[in-house]
Design a protein. Structure first.
Length: 184
């Protein structure tokens, strides 16, 4: 990487544009930049979640996911470039099957609550869903690989399951939505 990041403040974006990995400049409100930004925001939220006390296997999975998301952002930054592959999707599927097998079946909706770690996982899940929407929107205007869209779709499911796992690892349980709650 060399001195690639030796100068952070370049002022080249003062005109409202930013550079893509292929050297082109686009407006900062371009659909591709929105998708990259949402993936970056998701990665940052995962960083906050990683500040919590987590089971070692969950920490390792989330750390690997952070690296994947950095690669996914790179793929979005360089039109036509492919980084996220079937192996990335298979790993998410494996984690999802593993963690889901440890949980009791849901009989009701749950609220994004419980332990702090679980609540943060739910925040990550909702940011992930937004990233998915912006990647889908980008795909309406430009040709992009299917794998980034598939990755964030499966990741949001995994984050839901991990929120449930984190509630249990913290000694709690899911916070169930109550249809019959009284208002007053």
């Amino acid at each position: 990487m060399g001195n690639r990041l030796s100068k952070i403040a370049t002022r080249t974006g003062d005109d409202g544009s930013t550079g893509l990995g292929d050297g082109r400049r686009v407006r900062k409100d371009d659909a591709r930049i929105a998708a990259i930004g949402d993936v970056d925001e998701l990665n940052s939220n995962l960083g906050v979640l990683l500040c919590e006390a987590l089971p070692d296997d969950v920490r390792a999975a989330l750390t690997a996911i952070q690296h994947d998301l950095f690669d996914l952002g790179g793929e979005l930054c360089i039109p036509g470039h492919t980084v996220i592959a079937e192996a990335h999707l298979a790993q998410l599927d494996n984690w999802l099957a593993h963690y889901n097998a440890t949980l009791p079946p849901l009989k009701e909706f749950i609220l994004p609550a419980g332990s702090r770690a679980a609540a943060l996982a739910h925040v990550c899940r909702t940011v992930c869903r937004r990233a998915e929407r912006t990647i889908v929107a980008l795909g309406e205007h430009e040709t992009i690989n299917a794998a980034p869209r598939q990755y964030v779709n499966r990741l949001s499911d995994l984050l839901f399951v991990l929120a449930r796992v984190l509630n249990r690892s913290g000694g709690g349980s899911d916070v169930l939505w109550r249809r019959d709650r009284s208002i007053g």
